[in-house]
Design a protein around this ligand. Structure first.
Ligand code: 6AU
Length: 276
């Protein structure tokens, strides 16, 4: 994978990556934010309140839509309106993991209406490449039509202690992404995946986005095996977007905390591209 982490988001966007990747890069640059808030909230009111309050500081709003107890039309409408109002993208952290024909129904047209509101959603490739193929087919079908294109990312590593998503699994994710670059735009990982010994070689203009989760300014771990790194360490490790949940919620004033994460993530990015 060619190293593009020393280029600015704008430069990378201009190299004609996948249209969804381009929107992520352009949004980050416009908002001077590589911050993703992980909104693990369980009611529509809480979810929308969080999106409205933290919207100004973030590039992306990450949902776990299957934990919203009163999910419905209003949830989807509210998320879409707020995404427009604050110019952020939506990442549904659904981690699909079933056979192809099942995930097609879970993603498009199911009760959670994921294809309707999520710019990206992630999937685990535990069952092989059928899942990637299945979801790629959905978004490239002629009758699949939304104003903006959709794409997928692969959790290639996990931040929990003793994760099994390592070595050959991580390498397989890179190979699958290369085989499906018309729909896969990046990885959830703990670092840049450039040095992963994949079976395939990087293509010329390859630019997969790296989303590093489990980012926290103060904590190093939780009691259930979660392991953290700071925003600066995450960006230095090759992250394009940092995902934060408890680091922001745990603060007394979530808006101020989100601003602090935004600032640290952006400063680390400017340093990485040699502009600070
Ligand atoms: O900052 P936290 O620990 O409160 O929350 C981290 C968020 C949660 C997890 O479901 C998610 O990031 N996550 C993921 C994702 C985004 O796929 C992968 C992973 O390896 N670790 C992890 O925590 O919403």
């Amino acid at each position: 994978m060619a190293s593009l982490s020393s280029f600015s988001y704008t430069e990378r966007a201009s190299r004609r990556p996948h249209p969804v990747a381009r929107r992520f890069l352009e949004t980050a640059e416009t908002k001077q934010s590589n911050l993703i808030i992980s909104a693990d909230l369980t009611t529509t009111v809480e979810l929308l309140k969080c999106a409205d309050k933290l919207g100004p500081y973030i590039a992306v709003f990450k949902t776990h839509i299957d934990i919203v107890v009163d999910f419905g039309v209003e949830t989807v409408r509210g998320l879409k309106e707020l995404a427009k109002k604050h110019n952020f993208l939506i990442f549904e952290d659904r981690k699909f993991v079933d056979i192809g024909s099942t995930v097609q129904k879970q993603y498009h047209g199911g009760a959670l209406r994921i294809s309707e509101f999520a710019d990206i959603v992630n999937m685990s490739v535990l069952g092989g490449d059928g899942i990637v193929e299945a979801l790629s087919q959905v978004v490239s079908a002629p009758n699949f039509s939304y104003p903006d294109e959709r794409a997928f990312i692969l959790p290639a590593e996990m931040t929990s202690r003793d994760s099994l998503a390592t070595n050959s699994y991580t390498a397989k994710c890179v190979d699958l992404a290369r085989d499906h670059k018309q729909s896969v735009i990046g990885f959830v990982a703990t670092r840049s995946l450039e040095s992963v010994p994949a079976a395939s070689s990087p293509s010329k203009n390859e630019d997969f986005l790296i989303f590093i989760t489990s980012v926290n300014q103060k904590s190093k771990a939780d009691k259930l095996g979660q392991q953290y790194q700071t925003p600066t360490d995450a960006i230095d490790a090759g992250s394009d977007f940092i995902i934060v949940r408890r680091g922001i919620y745990a603060a007394e004033v979530a808006g101020q905390s989100a601003r602090a994460y935004q600032k640290e993530g952006w400063a680390a990015y400017l340093k990485r591209i040699g502009k600070s």
